[in-house]
Design a protein around this ligand. Structure first.
Ligand code: ADP
Ligand code: TRP
Length: 336
């Protein structure tokens, strides 16, 4: 049986961080044997909010390099840059004729971006969900690993697919957000304010490109408190987050030791030492991030290799995209 098609896109708008790794990239890596995977850098999407392209090439190269350093194998998956697949733009044109101004204006992400940046409400921003639907439908993908904030975009992609199928004939399957393995982990910011994110406090965000000293400094500054006031207390979110991070990078024995220390602590008898815990976490985090950072830097500095990977990805993606577009044109009777 043919493998199901999985697809996801990453906007090259900043450095990738641990939230991206544990919430997204690690799952991409696990999926590559089981599914027919397409992962791409959404550089057209980034133009809707970041029109300055001075750093774009660097960011695109970094996203590609970091994804490979995290374990994506360009031989197994199609890893490509959106703008290398012009077929997506043609499908976007057709789907734009099936998308209504009213529904686009009602999209939550559109309203949020208008609020944040009222001087640049461009047509690309309005039709962002149409472009995203084109990214997905061009490979007839059915499983789309994304976070909760993308749910509405997926629903719109299903609507556009249905409208196309209804009007012109059955070409597209309906895509759904996909949560691989069930548990979704959320990494919080080290200052305890919300989720770790590209756009939040940089000192509270651990990037895959951070050097050893920076990792240590950031972790030692992570928010803690005076310790639990009674045995087996509930953990505040910011303490739970330190344990979550530790579970990802430290040994089970290490985690257990600090969990026991936490559970046996109370006012006047605080056994857990957050300073020691953070020191241990910093050490283990450095061992975890260092090889990824170094591998990513090696790839990024090797322009020949990057070019080869990007070209190979584009070839794979275009083969599949051309196929779908032929079906689309046939269904629309646009063959002359
Ligand atoms: P950011 O918020 O840093 O801009 P994106 O919204 O581009 O990140 O998300 C890219 C992927 O990384 C999504 O699949 C998202 O669910 C995941 N992700 C982002 N931040 C976190 C986080 N703090 N914890 C877990 N997953 C996250
Ligand atoms: N909109 C997604 C985000 O902001 C990025 C993206 C673009 C995407 N095209 C996609 C994700 C197609 C999944 C499938 O994170």
């Amino acid at each position: 049986m043919a493998k199901e098609v999985v697809l996801s896109g990453i906007r090259p708008t900043g450095f990738l961080h641990l939230g991206n790794y544990f919430g997204a990239m690690r799952n991409y890596v696990r999926m590559q044997d089981e599914y027919n995977c397409y992962f791409f850098v959404a550089n057209w999407h980034s133009l809707t909010t970041h029109p300055n392209t001075a750093e774009l090439q660097l960011s695109v190269h970094r996203v590609i390099a970091e994804n490979i350093a995290c374990g994506l194998n360009p031989e197994k998956v199609a890893l490509y840059v959106q703008s290398d697949v012009p077929e997506i733009a043609e499908l976007y044109l057709y789907l734009n004729m099936l998308a209504y101004k009213g529904e686009l204006e009602k999209t939550a992400s559109f309203k949020e971006k208008v609020r944040l940046n009222p001087e640049n409400v461009n047509a690309g921003l309005l039709t962002y969900p149409v472009l995203m639907a084109s990214d997905i439908l061009i490979h007839r993908a059915v499983k789309v690993p994304v976070g909760k904030d993308q749910e509405q975009h997926l629903e719109m992609a299903r609507n556009f697919a249905q409208r196309f199928n209804y009007r012109y004939g059955n070409v597209f399957p309906e895509p759904y957000a996909f949560n691989y393995g069930g548990e979704l982990i959320k990494i919080l910011s080290l200052d305890g304010n919300g989720k770790m994110s590209k756009s939040e406090n940089q000192m509270a965000t651990l990037y895959l490109a951070d050097d050893d000293d920076t990792i240590k400094k950031k972790i030692m500054k992570a928010k803690t408190d005076g310790g639990p006031t009674e045995p087996n207390s509930d953990m505040p979110d910011y303490i739970k987050n330190i344990f979550t991070l530790m579970k990802q990078v430290s040994t089970a024995d290490t985690v257990k030791k600090f969990e026991d220390d936490f559970n046996n602590s109370s006012t006047g008898n605080v056994i857990i030492r957050y300073g020691d815990m953070k020191k241990q976490l910093a050490e283990d985090m450095i061992s975890f991030i260092k090889p990824i950072r170094e591998k990513a830097a090696d790839i990024q500095n090797n322009k020949e290799l990057l070019f080869k990977i990007i070209t190979q990805g584009a070839d794979k993606a275009r083969a599949s995209a051309t196929n779908t577009l032929q079906e689309v044109r046939k269904a629309m009777r646009m063959i002359y």
